[in-house]
Design a protein around this ligand. Sequence first.
Ligand code: NAD
Length: 434
Amino acid sequence: MKISVIGSGYVGLVSGACFTEFGHSVICADLDQGKIDALNKGQIPIFEPGLDQIVARNSASGTLSFTTNVQEAVSKTDVVFIAVGTPSRRGDGHADLSYVYAAAETIAKSMNGYTVVVTKSTVPVGTGDEVERIIRETNPEADFSVVSNPEFLREGAAIDDFKRPDRIVVGVEDERARTVMEEVYRPLFLNQSPLLFVNRRTSELTKYAANGFLAMKITFINEMADLCEAVGANVQDVARGIGLDKRIGSKFLNAGPGYGGSCFPKDTLALAKTAQDYDAPVRLIETTIAINDSRKRAMARRVIAACDGNVRGKKIGILGLTFKPNTDDMRDAPSLFIIQALQDKGALIQAYDPEGMEEAEKILSNVTYCDSAYGAAHDADVLVIITEWDVFRALDLPRIKDVMAKPVLVDLRNIYRKSEVEKQGFFYASIGRS
Ligand code: NAD
């Protein structure tokens, strides 16, 4: 099939590249000239393991191409995926749909024959109806269907998630579109990935329900961690004890500094707002958002406590800036809130992240960036692990201790054993392990 993808960010680029692996011919379009120029030179603008090989292979064979000419991309293809951003709208927390609606208008003006327009961006219930209205109004003659197909991939494991998804959710309102979507995902269907056809509104809500539930699960274990500390229990053992129960499952039960990233914060907020608009409030999600916000402040207080209650003029080494390992994505990363809170109290920040420093530099100020974990530890009064990159799991602790001003390690991801670290002469604080 001939597919175009509007928006070539984390989701659009991964989806486009993987669709070529399914045997389709794909044009990835984006308004960002720099991004498209880079892609045309074979450079991948994001860090996503394995993506570079797939892009290189399919660009060379001619099945994957990149353009800023969105109209031309649409006119040459039968299926158009919208994969533009849907950030939080400034001020009220609703999803900002301006990029989706702008894409819909462009698509309407450029369609050539029957076209299936698929919203892959995470969009609130009813957005498909609005996209349909915009296209019909802009181009009354257009022959088209609007489909919802939310994306569930995780950054850092995006290729595997796209090629071997737990399920594919497709919201359709007509048979013609359903047949096209079956063809798009045929290779996965043959691999027995569940393909769920539902109505469009159900599909749109399913994505928010999934992210809301996962955010709630993380928040639940974070609260359990606080309780573990109070009662002298171990949250990792509690997580294992409940996670082995198949009704609960072990994923998303790692206590830590609170969820962040490009999806959970904005999607929980948008879900709560949608529910309020429909007078069916989701109080669990509202509470999850509030707990998660206060958790990040609590993490900063924890670091301050490890410095005897005062960080003014002290050097704090930060290990990990991205919201999780294996990505360079800094959007709403917990590190941003924690670092800001520490700086507000007069701390001097020196940080290292394997992939996130370029993005971090655009957002954070007054941070010294280091070339290794040992650089971040140099002369520091405390070292804080915020992101569990593999390189931080096997640090040379005696070397870290040698370079630090004081041997204090705050491990917000529980990647070390207390006994091991204390044996090396560190003061060690972690999460939910008394
Ligand atoms: P992103 O910011 O990385 O990419 C969006 C791209 O769209 C940008 O490159 C931007 O230049 C481009 N764009 C905006 N308007 C355009 C237009 N009119 N025409 C062409 N290009 C345009 O965003 P992302 O992280 O890929 O997220 C995209 C959507 O997918 C969001 O709704 C997000 O919630 C959802 N999603 C993201 C993830 C994730 O892990 N990042 C996972 C699942 C779903």
